[in-house]
Design a protein around this ligand. Structure first.
Ligand code: NCD
Ligand code: ZN
Length: 346
């Protein structure tokens, strides 16, 4: 038996959706995580202090009562709809914590995103003045660029020049998925990155080699074994620039299993088990607490938790749920059921 006690984790990148889907998924995040950076890619998107506050209220109303430490942290959608004065007010009031940039067309509900980071200097100036962060979905959308090279292309063509132009702008490379992304963070002191459970634990052969797996399809796509190795090293080494962001992104099976699968992996249920498994295999359980808690607390300047959780690996296999159902009858597949048969969280 292996057992590790760690501070209560935070999730620095999560999609909680709204309506029935919010009701169905929020408990998974709320019962395990303390802070959760909630992504704004709803329809309509979260673009103002008012809409962020309203969405936060909806999330807290939907959250279960037995999750008293859960605290959603709100990001607004980088778009021409964001007013810099409202952004500044929202940050100063503690309603808005960050701005999330989506390249238009890169992922789910990104149509209102940008075509160039350069168009949003007026918002980045507010982030610098208030000490807030720019969260970046780093993925080129040029169809002539190979899908597995799009993170590297975006970092070189867009984020590197932005970092040169605004050296005081703190940026998070969200769901970093490549060795190029890890190297980018190492080369830019103003940059940190979130890493997901699925990018740590799977590689593109898992996605494609034995029948295409829509449940592993997400953006940025899970990349090569070499890329995964770079992510595992970054996460397990204790490097303070890397933190857990699950990118848990539920889609109903009706949207996953068809001619075109929606991008997103729902891992809020078993993401911690998956990450513990990766750290255990790497012989790095001593650094698990830094990755899922300490590093993010330092990066976002929040207090460290007083509560802990215990992850235990036992040789006895247990039955675990493999999907959830919403009240409207949608089914969502839970990522990491295999790891969840090996680990328990208490
Ligand atoms: C996310 C979603 O479904 O909202 N999908 C995904 O594949 N990660 C959007 C995102 O973060 O790219
Ligand atoms: Zn996401």
């Amino acid at each position: 038996m292996t057992s590790v006690v760690i501070p209560q984790p935070d999730d620095w990148h999560v999609h909680l959706r709204n309506d029935e889907m919010l009701d169905a998924v929020v408990g998974y995040t709320a019962r395990r995580f303390r802070y959760a950076m909630v992504m704004p890619n709803l329809l309509p998107p979260i673009v103002s202090t008012e809409s962020a506050a309203h969405y936060r209220d909806q999330i807290l109303a939907a959250a279960p009562n037995d999750a008293p430490d859960f605290s959603p942290v709100m990001a607004v959608y980088c778009s021409p709809l964001v007013d810099p004065n409202d952004l500044r007010a929202g940050i100063e009031q503690g309603v808005i914590a960050a701005v999330k940039y989506y390249p238009a067309g890169a992922t789910t509900n990104s149509e209102l995103g940008g075509t160039s980071l350069n168009d949003f200097a007026h918002l980045f100036e507010v982030l610098i003045a208030t000490g807030s962060r720019l969260l970046v979905h780093a993925e080129a959308t040029d169809p002539s660029i190979d899908i597995f090279d799009r993170e590297a292309a975006f970092l070189t063509d867009q984020l590197a020049p932005l970092c040169d132009r605004f050296p005081e702008l703190a940026v998070t490379v969200e769901h970093v998925s490549t060795r190029a992304g890890v190297d980018f963070v190492a080369a830019h002191p103003q940059a940190a990155a979130t890493i997901t459970p699925h990018h740590l634990a799977r590689e593109r052969s898992d996605l494609l080699a034995n029948g295409m797996k829509p449940d592993l399809y997400c953006k940025p796509v899970i990349n090569s074994a070499d890329d995964r190795n770079a992510l595992v090293t970054a996460a397990t080494s204790g490097n303070p620039d890397f933190m857990l962001g699950t990118d848990s992104a539920p889609h109903p099976t009706t949207a996953k299993y068809g001619p075109t699968a929606k991008a997103g992996v729902f891992n809020a249920a078993y993401g911690l088990e998956v990450v513990a498994d990766v750290f255990s295999v790497a012989g790095a359980l001593d650094n698990l607490g830094a990755f899922v808690s300490g590093n993010g607390c330092a990066i976002y300047g929040v207090d460290t938790p007083e509560t802990t959780i215990t992850l235990t690996s036992e040789s006895v296999d247990v039955e675990v749920a493999t999907s959830l159902a919403t009240t409207s009858g949608d089914e969502v597949v839970l990522f990491g059921a295999e790891e969840a048969t090996r680990w328990t969280v208490t």
